[in-house]
Design a protein around this ligand. Structure first.
Ligand code: HEC
Length: 135
């Protein structure tokens, strides 16, 4: 009986989690986070690469495919293996790019030239909500 109840509860929790993040971000706040934390390395204009690739059109784009940008091998491999960016993936990725690339490639030695981490989940959601609006 207790088992049945806790099973039912965990189902509810799973549903809440699944319905959660992606749409929760505040794009206006995200724009100011972008200007402070991302802009130095990422342009949003198409074809303009800085230390990082242009983020123009990043949504639904295969990882590691901006022309003329020299990616780490792990990004190209992850993209070829099917990684395309969506809101949920970007939110997870920003917490720790290297760890994320290790997870998606299954390679414990995978590298990332993006050393920056955005630790606060609310900030990751907001900045991602903003990125979606410029796509
Ligand atoms: C210090 C520079 C730097 C900062 C700050 C930075 N990035 Fe990056 N970013 C990079 C680099 C370099 C890469 C490519 C990594 C590689 O090839 O190893 C990258 C890759 C990415 C990618 C994958 C792009 C693709 O085409 O596959 C996304 C998405 C991204 N960054 C988003 C962000 C966001 C959003 C922020 C701000 C919260 C941010 N980055 C802050 C340097 C940075």
């Amino acid at each position: 009986m207790i088992k049945a109840i806790s099973f039912a509860l965990s189902g509810v929790v799973a549903l809440l989690v699944a319905a959660g993040p992606a749409t929760a971000g505040d794009a206006a706040n995200g724009e100011s986070i972008y200007k402070k934390r991302c802009k130095a390395c990422h342009a949003i204009a198409p074809g303009k690469n800085r230390v990082g690739p242009s983020l123009f059109g990043v949504l639904d784009r295969q990882a590691g495919t901006v022309p003329k940008f020299k990616y780490s091998k792990s990004y190209i491999e992850a993209g070829e293996a099917g990684l395309t960016w969506d809101e949920e993936k970007i939110i997870e990725y920003l917490a720790n790019p290297k760890k994320y690339m290790r997870k998606v490639t299954g390679n414990k030695k995978a590298k990332s030239k993006m050393v920056f981490k955005l630790k606060k989940e609310a900030e990751r959601q907001d900045v991602t909500a903003y990125i979606v609006t410029i796509n």
